[in-house]
Design a binder for this molecule. Structure first.
Ligand code: CA
Length: 498
């Protein structure tokens, strides 16, 4: 009997594997890679990362298994971060030219990688011609259509227009005047900007500063998100939008009422979020339960949307510091968020364990291609007051099977075998062991079970027959012995429902 069961599971295993291998050639991983462009790769020796630099590093990006890039803003701007845009339809000369952008899109397309831009429409740069013309009109006491493009008030307000009794709204400072998003002209311009980049091959947009569109007015923000979403999808139904919603869970659920594809899951991110806390505390079961509850709430708010889990981004401290610079904690946090339903986003260098905290500039330090003497890296942002503490760069980690880089590659490769993770329904399974995260994810095409051991010390065994699932693949060397799957400390496994 036992032999028969073994034989049957072997046949099932073989058939499942050959099937998933065939799918694997085509299946996207559903993972996005966030690039802070000026710090990633410099192609022309001026110390500033650029578009050609990204093209030069597509082998590396492809080796991660990600299928989408989110580029930080690439438009002309006076700042190093370029979140104060001066021209939405051009490329900052620091980063290259439109031809370089077209070349990047084409090179990415050959590899099955989509490119998403950062859409910064809460505000423009102070030197944007629209704002300059509006201010000059107010100063000269003449009319201008651009006065209606910003939120000017007379008598009092946030920032004064010199030489007048007018003020303007600038939630992020005087250098970033907020656009009047109620203006039909502004909305038409935003629609034009999106269509311009969609026509050049962009597959989606990361929406900057969603909660500041209408500060303190979540319902107005929801409605504006709906406008953006409908506008983008009218041009390209597959265009993907993900919003920066740096706020609480209840507000995020309200914003999902817009039907937008995704909103970044800030409550699960950062040092206090579900992933880092579960990794540090070995609390796999609690993390699976919390994430299943969240995904059910999200589905209720917007059935067609998907979660956007991440650990950190360009505004948050680097994950390595939160995870005490210890690889086992970093690996635990990585497998946890990379195997969640939805579309996870990896912040560049997180896969190496790059460090940085405090000033924003420290969170955006140069990508560490190598720590060898004379290695060509970007120059750090001028105001950065921390040095990179990472010891081994991408070159060394590439050849080390136990490196964090190869862990990211392995976990993302595992995810590619489970297309259900994109849009499936998540159900947590309590195995009575706090360190074990276990959950089912099912969609119309199939059903997988994800199993993770977040313990840093103990190997834990699970009966597969109790889960009605067969082992497919894993990371961290899960060992199958008959019906029992032994999960070493910090390991994960993909099972397929029988
Ligand atoms: Ca450069």
């Amino acid at each position: 009997m036992r032999i028969l069961v073994l034989l049957m599971s072997f046949i099932l295993l073989v058939s499942t594997c050959s099937c998933s291998v065939a799918e694997e050639a085509l299946a996207p991983s559903g993972v996005t890679y966030q690039i802070f462009v000026g710090s990633f790769r410099d192609s022309d020796g001026d110390g500033i990362g650029d578009l050609r630099g990204i093209i030069d590093r597509l082998d590396y990006i492809e080796s991660l298994g990600v299928d989408r890039l989110w580029l930080s803003p690439i438009h002309p701007s006076v700042s190093y971060h370029k979140y104060d845009v001066l021209n939405y339809e051009a490329i900052d000369p620091d980063f290259g030219a439109l031809e370089d952008f077209d070349r990047l899109i084409a090179a990415c397309k050959e590899r099955g990688i989509g490119v998403m831009l950062d859409l910064v429409v809460n505000h423009t740069g102070e030197e944007h011609p629209w704002f300059r013309q509006a201010c000059e009109a107010l100063q000269n006491q003449v009319d201008s259509p651009y006065i209606g493009w910003y939120n000017f008030t007379q008598g009092q307000g946030m920032h004064p227009v010199p030489g007048t009794d007018w003020y303007y709204e600038g939630q992020f400072g005087a250098h970033m005047p907020d656009l009047n998003l109620d203006s039909p002209d502004v909305r038409a311009e935003i629609a034009r900007i999106m269509a311009f980049w969609q026509a050049r091959g962009v597959c989606g947009f990361r929406l900057d500063a969603v909660t500041s569109y209408y500060t303190g007015a979540p319902l107005a923000n929801r409605d504006f998100l709906r406008f953006l979403s409908e506008t983008a999808k009218a041009v390209d139904p597959d265009c993907y939008l993900v919003g920066e919603t740096w706020t609480d869970a209840a507000t995020i659920l309200t914003l999902y009422g817009s039907g937008v594809d995704s909103l970044f899951n800030f409550p699960a991110a950062d040092s206090t979020g579900t992933f880092v806390q579960a990794a540090l505390g070995g609390k796999g079961a609690a993390a699976a339960r919390l994430m299943a509850e969240w995904n059910a709430q999200l589905r209720d708010a917007s059935p067609a949307s998907m979660d956007a889990p991440f650990l950190t981004n360009h505004d948050l401290n680097r994950a390595a510091g939160m995870l005490r610079l210890k690889a086992p904690f970093e690996k635990a946090a990585a497998m946890l968020y990379l195997l969640m339903p939805g579309r996870p986003t990896v912040y560049y260098g997180e896969e190496l364990g790059m460090t940085g905290s405090g000033l924003d500039e420290n969170k955006r330090l140069p990508m560490v291609w190598s720590t060898a003497e004379g290695a060509v890296l970007c120059a750090p942002p001028a105001a950065a007051d921390q040095k990179q503490r990472l010891k081994e760069g991408a070159d060394v980690q590439d050849t080390d099977p136990d490196s964090l880089l190869n862990w990211y590659r392995q976990v993302i490769a595992l995810r590619r075998q489970a297309p259900e993770l994109a849009r499936g329904v998540m159900t947590a399974i309590d195995l009575g062991e706090p360190a074990l995260a276990c959950y089912r994810v099912a969609d119309d095409g199939g059903e997988v079970v994800i199993l993770m051991n977040l313990s840093q010390t103990d190997t834990l065994s699970v009966s597969l027959s109790a889960l009605n699932a067969a082992y497919v693949d894993g990371c961290g060397q899960p060992a199958l012995d008959g019906d029992s799957l032994a999960m070493p400390p910090v390991s994960c496994a993909l099972l397929r429902a029988e």
